[in-house]
Design a protein around this ligand. Structure first.
Ligand code: HEC
Length: 290
């Protein structure tokens, strides 16, 4: 594009302005009319969806707090929150999966602030400032390789994060009944570790299905702690720790009911769980109480 002087630009603008005054359409009523039509369509759409959602659920049941699911557009009411449920894993709605996954990328507690606050803040500031950063008047895509690359990359990154965010290990309730599983899922372990067999999705410590620790490693870690992993010497008895270590070694990276590669190293498992009893032995189910 040839460089224009300020005066040439001004003259060009004034020519265009005079032309539009003669031949263009006035703001009122044209634009106002268009906006009114589009707004009405949007409002009608929202009303239609609400009516559609409402008519699916029929009469209100005798217990007004009862769960009413199955609607095409989502449940009328979900079941009341049950504080007795062990190993429940809150999951965001799908349109927040990308943020959820971003959070899961940062494993160490000190770095969590990067995923939760720093990256989203930088992103918002960039979005707000973009008109001031990108002053290039060109509109043809072939002349704007960097803008094009950024424009293509952002949705790809968001979609990828959303995809992996949706793959986060299953919700609670998937926990197995192997000795130690209930104790692992109910205790602090679940808040920091992913272990598919126990149905936990904590994101502070390593994914145990990937780490596949052997019994000795697990026993040492649980007893003494290491880095961000606390010591559980004062929390659990020796049998309980041995049971947890045996459970982790045996069922990390397990496929269904086939134990993982560390199983052979856990000699005391599940005998130690029987000795520890209760939740560790798996005799106390999470739902039925003591
Ligand atoms: C506060 C978060 C936290 C809690 C709670 C926690 N862990 Fe950990 N765990 C970690 C971290 C972080 C590491 C990595 C330690 C390192 O390598 O420096 C780890 C490592 C481990 C490892 C070793 C994995 C490997 O690399 O082979 C095992 C096994 C383990 N934890 C089991 C447990 C069990 C069982 C519990 C519950 C009794 C538990 N953890 C509770 C954070 C936690």
């Amino acid at each position: 594009m040839p460089r224009l002087t300020a005066r040439e630009r001004r003259e060009g603008y004034q020519r265009e302005y005079a032309f539009q005054q003669r031949h263009g359409k006035p703001f009122f009523p044209h634009v106002v009319f268009h906006d009114t039509i589009v707004s009405l369509i949007v409002v009608a759409l929202i009303m239609g969806l609400s009516v559609l959602w409402y008519v699916q659920f029929g009469a209100i049941p005798t217990d007004p707090m009862a769960e009413r699911t199955g609607g095409l557009l989502g449940p009328a009411y979900e079941a009341k929150a049950d504080p007795g449920v062990l190993g429940y894993h809150p999951q965001p709605d799908w349109y927040f999966f990308f943020l959820f996954e971003l959070l899961r990328i940062f494993k160490t507690p000190q770095l969590l602030i990067v995923g939760t606050i720093i990256i989203p803040t930088i992103w918002m500031v960039l979005l707000i400032g973009w008109p001031f950063i990108d002053r290039n008047p060109d509109r043809r895509l072939s002349r704007r390789p960097i803008a094009l690359a950024i424009g293509v990359m952002v949705p790809i990154v968001l979609l990828t994060l959303t995809f992996y965010g949706s793959k986060v290990p299953a919700e609670g309730g998937a926990a197995s009944t192997e000795p130690g599983a209930a104790a692992f899922a109910a205790g602090a372990c679940s808040t920091c570790h992913v272990l598919a067999n126990a149905g936990t999705a904590g994101n502070v410590g390593p994914v145990l299905d990937e780490a596949k620790p052997d019994y000795a490693t697990a026993l040492a870690l649980i007893t003494n702690g290491q880095g961000a992993m606390p010591s559980f010497k004062a929390t659990y008895t020796e049998d309980e720790i041995s049971c947890l270590a045996g459970y982790v070694a045996t069922w990390s990276a397990a496929v269904g009911t086939t134990p993982g590669p560390g199983a052979a190293t856990a000699k005391d498992y599940p005998a130690s769980c029987e000795k520890a009893g209760g939740l560790f032995a798996g005799t106390v189910s999470s739902a039925s109480g003591p």
